[in-house]
Design a protein around this ligand. Sequence first.
Ligand code: FAD
Ligand code: NAD
Length: 406
Amino acid sequence: MRKPKIVVLGAGYGGLMTVTRLQKMLGQDEANIVLVNKNDYHYETTWLHEASAGTLHHDRVRYDIDSVINRSKVEFIRAEVQDIKTAEKKVILNSGEVEYDYLVFALGGESETFGIQGLKEYAFTISNVNAARQIREHIDYQFATYAMETEKKEERLSIVVGGAGFTGIEFLGELTNRVPELCREYDIDYSKVRIYCVEAAPMVLPGFDPELVKYAVSQLEKKGVEFKIGTAIKEATPEGIKVAKGEEELQEIKAGTVIWAAGVRGSSIIEKAEIENMRARVKVNPDLRAPGHDNIFVIGDSSLIINEEINRPYPPTAQIAMQQGEVCARNVVKLLKGQADDLEAFKPDIKGTVCSLGDDDAIGVAFGKKMTGTKASFMKKMIDNRALLMIGGPSLVMKKGKFKFL
Ligand code: FAD
Ligand code: NAD
């Protein structure tokens, strides 16, 4: 008898959780499991700000997919997904195509530029290992070039971070630890470096606990960050950015490096595949399937689920993507077993949020308790280690885990 084919797209948090659970729940003769990913490695998206600032080597934030999948049960295809033909149950890859009976879409999200001019050309985004490596190298290059040139261009040493959401703030935490090292390395006076954070909303980390936000801002200001709050980036240029406060005139900030960390949307493949979506995110049914597609699950940053208590979408996080992966795997198995009427409804279990401020500091709320400093930083590392444990078990934690607590 022909075995049903489950194709999982993306080896990020959602995809790997699904596959590692499916390979435990299903025997070799019960299904063909296929995993498709662009690279033969998984990267910890939640650690990319560290690799981007250069405080953690990029090899520390990734591991081989082979080290966590059971190749006797899972076929791995290293390829780029280009489109999905839902009527033909087919995924188009850059190197061919793959058919499916059940599809799990877990390709993550993409940077949202809101159509702002010049961002795609002149700003960097903290989006994957290649991007992180490029950001680190670019900042290094600016410092090295400044040290070399006779007519010094001070703006080379200016770095703008657009967006004071969690990504922007975590990156600033790492950057302010890295810049003093760079200054020593290139014999540059630290006072020449300018680090700006431009945030359109009236506060840093909009919606987060104000007391914790105050702590974060004060810590980052002490390390030299200049916050421009209630100020929106309107354009990026080869020289830097143009910003405006409310209806005021545009102002220019010259900078050698611009990092755009002002939001995410779903995967453009969702839009191409013409699956009903909002900014490339699919408002999934409670069982995580795409409306109108009984055999397609969408999880992670490309899914949209509403927090009924406040009637707003949950922010896309690794925490949710991993929890969805577990439920998705169980629901796929139920479908295989003919239990379509008994699918599990997904409900996020938010354990807290911790935002790092470099390797040695953080703010957060976990299990209902607020924390700052080394305690919060310890908690953040435990969360990072837990993600490794959930996907790759204790051996992966030993290989890639974070154990420097002071
Ligand atoms: P991802 O983990 O991004 O994985 C998607 C995978 O699909 C990747 O392997 C990618 O290479 C692959 N892929 C993409 N497109 C294609 C294609 N066309 N073909 C083939 N393969 C493809 N969340 C938290 O909960 N806690 C945190 O502390 C936290 N910190 C963060 C820090 C940073 C700097 C950033 C950027 C995000 C952070 N987040 C955090 C958010 C979190 O990383 C995402 O919500 C999470 O990664 C989403 O998981 P996912 O499985 O949907 O996608
Ligand atoms: P975000 O949407 O959370 O924050 C983006 C910020 O950019 C917002 O504060 C917004 O007001 C601002 N912004 C938008 N347009 C702007 C403009 N033109 N000029 C200036 N500022 C502008 O995005 P993010 O920080 O990239 O986070 C993405 C997701 O990842 C979120 O769900 C977040 O919760 C999650 N995340 C979590 C953690 C963590 O838990 N530690 C860390 C990083 C990211």
